[in-house]
Design a protein around this ligand. Structure first.
Ligand code: FAD
Ligand code: NAP
Length: 313
């Protein structure tokens, strides 16, 4: 069977694409998601800028009803990692981790982005043993203890605020003296009693023993080293686009990408390849918000419906 549409990734963009394609009349639509649907926002402790959703809500709670809403209209979810998307004539091939291949008339790729490594000594070795990229997942392990947070964007500051509610103290380490995060978030951090700002400072080395992380050595712009004893080190230094599924056997990309690897689309979420759409955080100039990822998913889905209708009728 050839699918009408294959959706790769089940975050806000993929789930919205799934809702609109199925509700809009496409018959065989499968969302290929390697884990639980919901995407990276499920790692967020609090989201307060999704329209119409007031009060404190976690990313997990926000996303909980989305898959059920899509399934009601016929979206199928295959829990598998997609290795590669290729095109043979006018049919797309979805190469999966288990070696099997699905075929589709159209593809909406929404694989989002992944946390970047800061690149200091010990970071990789101690990842999962005290070094973390998810405060909601790991914050509780450090209840009543001191932790360090690296970064100066929205994620670092919001997660520092979350950790400050659980931990006795949060050291927020940022390489500059001003933050990228929203001004309101910066104000909240500055007013927090148990967040210490360590600015113009970069991590040198995280070190530990057989129990996990013991502390982190940081260096300021005067070259002074400070040793911070903290069993938890949370790294929030941005994200890289997950574009690996578009890399072909010869190393080229299936469609045009920017120098940074973002997928180039027009305002209809069309890529340079007919029938292939990209939506959400992975597309060029993405605002990297749940609401915009969902909007992209809807736009891409409406375009995929027109493309398939024209192709098959
Ligand atoms: P993602 O959410 O990244 O989803 C991509 C999905 O694709 C994932 O589920 C992944 O498992 C899957 N996938 C990847 N590769 C493959 C593959 N090869 N095969 C199968 N599946 C694959 N935004 C806001 O609007 N407000 C906030 O308050 C906010 N807070 C945030 C806090 C944190 C900690 C983080 C990390 C992000 C936050 N964001 C926030 C940003 C928001 O989460 C993203 O903009 C949004 O999730 C992007 O959605 P997406 O669908 O494009 O991608
Ligand atoms: P980001 O905005 O790219 O910020 C990354 C931070 O890490 C920057 O402060 C950067 O420093 C620092 N950094 C980068 N590499 C580093 C390194 N090697 N060592 C030390 N520090 C390093 O990433 P983000 O905070 O994850 O946010 C990603 C996107 O999601 C943004 O568009 C953001 O607005 C959005 N987001 C929105 C919300 C919200 O709306 N509430 C919440 C979370 C995320 P410099 O500042 O010096 O570059």
């Amino acid at each position: 069977m050839i699918l009408d549409c294959a959706i790769i990734g089940g975050g806000p963009a993929g789930l919205t694409a799934g809702l609109y394609t199925t509700r809009g009349g496409l018959e065989n639509v499968v969302m290929f998601e390697k884990g639980m649907p919901g995407g990276q926002i499920t790692q967020s402790s609090e989201i307060e800028n999704y329209p119409g959703v007031t009060g404190e809500i976690s990313g997990m709670d926000l996303m909980m009803p989305w898959p059920e809403q899509c399934q009601k209209f016929g979206l199928k979810h295959e829990m598998v990692e997609v290795k590669r998307i290729s095109k043979d004539g006018d049919i797309f091939k979805i190469h999966k981790e288990d070696g099997s291949i699905s075929q589709a008339h159209s593809v909406i790729v929404c694989t989002g982005s992944s946390p970047r490594r800061a690149g200091f000594a010990g970071e990789d070795e101690l990842l999962g043993k005290g070094v973390s990229t998810c405060a909601t997942c790991d914050g509780f392990f450090y209840k009543g203890k001191e932790v360090a947070v690296i970064g100066g964007g929205d994620t670092a500051l919001e997660e520092a605020l979350y950790l400050a509610k659980i931990c006795s103290k949060v050291y927020l380490i940022h390489r500059r003296d001003s933050f990228r995060a929203a001004p309101n978030t910066v104000k909240r951090v500055e007013n927090s009693e148990n967040i210490e700002l360590i600015l113009n400072t970069t991590p040198e080395e995280v070190y530990g023993d057989n129990m996990g992380v013991v502390g982190i050595k940081v260096k300021n712009s005067d070259g002074e080293i400070r040793d911070i004893k903290a069993p938890g080190v949370f790294v929030f230094v941005g994200n890289d686009v997950n574009n690996q599924t578009l890399i072909q056997e010869d190393g080229s990309f299936l469609c045009d990408v920017s120098k940074q690897g973002d997928i180039i689309v027009d305002i209809s979420m069309k890529t340079s390849v007919e029938g292939l759409f990209a939506a959400g955080d992975m597309r060029i100039a993405a605002p990297k918000q749940v609401v915009s990822a969902a909007g992209d998913g809807a736009v891409a889905a409406l375009q995929a419906i027109s493309y398939v209708d024209e192709k098959l009728n």
